[in-house]
Every structure is written in structure tokens, then in C-alpha cells.
Ligand binder design. Structure first.
Ligand code: FES
Length: 122
């Protein structure tokens, strides 16, 4: 049987590498918000109660506007020129790689994201 100390330890381990970014209620449905985590700019969306985190820099012309995009068919649409990226996978409709996505955890109404800093190679 687990005691309260055990459950504290397991929730700390569960959050290893994760950073708290906000509370669930700080995110507006289908309105992106920008955060900096581990020196990386990310775009976070709440869609039908689910929370998604993607890189905020569009691979097309490297604009940092993904968080200002709109949601269509499970995708985020870049507001600059309309490239689309699947919210879950970050991939484009052609299945081409698009945006990095990041694991999200919600614990006690707090949103945590795990971002591993990327070395750009474009
Ligand atoms: S910069 Fe995103 S579609 Fe062009």
C-alpha cells in the first residue's frame, strides 16, 4: 500500500523535465498563447478541453506566429501564409514533418510542458 510520501515521490518523478506554464483556466478555447520554456518559444492551445504544445516558429519563413494561428480540422493554421500543422503530431497534411510537439501534463489544474531545447539545423 502506498503512503502519502510514496505518492509525492511518484508525482515528482512523473514531472521530471516538465515546466509549469500556467493554469488550465488561463488558456482560452482555440486561442493560442505563447510561452518560453527552456529557451524555446512554444505555442499552446486548448481545443475541446485538450491542451497541445507546439514549437512557435513556422518552418516556412521562420516567423514566430504559430500562437496567433487559427484552428481548422484538428490543425493549427499559420497566420502568415496558411501552412497547416496537426495539433497532435505537428505534421503537415502531406505528412511532411512540420512543427515539433511537446508532451503536456495537467496536474491539479496546472499545465506542465516538457521541452527539450532543439539545435536548429536549417
Ligand atoms: S511563415 Fe508560416 S506559412 Fe509562411
Amino acid at each position: 500500500m502506498k503512503n502519502s510520501q510514496d505518492s509525492k515521490i511518484s508525482s515528482v518523478n512523473e514531472l521530471e523535465g516538465f515546466t509549469k506554464i500556467c493554469l488550465v483556466e488561463n488558456l482560452r478555447e482555440k486561442h493560442g498563447q505563447k510561452f518560453f520554456v527552456n529557451e524555446t518559444e512554444i505555442a499552446v492551445f486548448k481545443v475541446e478541453g485538450e491542451i497541445f504544445a507546439l514549437n512557435n516558429v513556422c518552418p516556412h519563413q521562420h516567423t514566430s506566429m504559430i500562437y496567433e494561428g487559427f484552428i481548422e480540422d484538428g490543425c493549427i493554421v499559420c497566420p502568415a501564409h496558411g501552412w497547416m500543422f496537426n495539433l497532435k503530431t505537428g505534421r503537415m497534411p502531406t505528412d511532411k514533418k512540420g512543427l515539433d510537439t511537446y508532451p503536456v501534463k495537467i496536474i491539479d489544474n496546472q499545465v506542465f510542458v516538457k521541452v527539450i531545447k532543439k539545435e536548429w539545423n536549417w
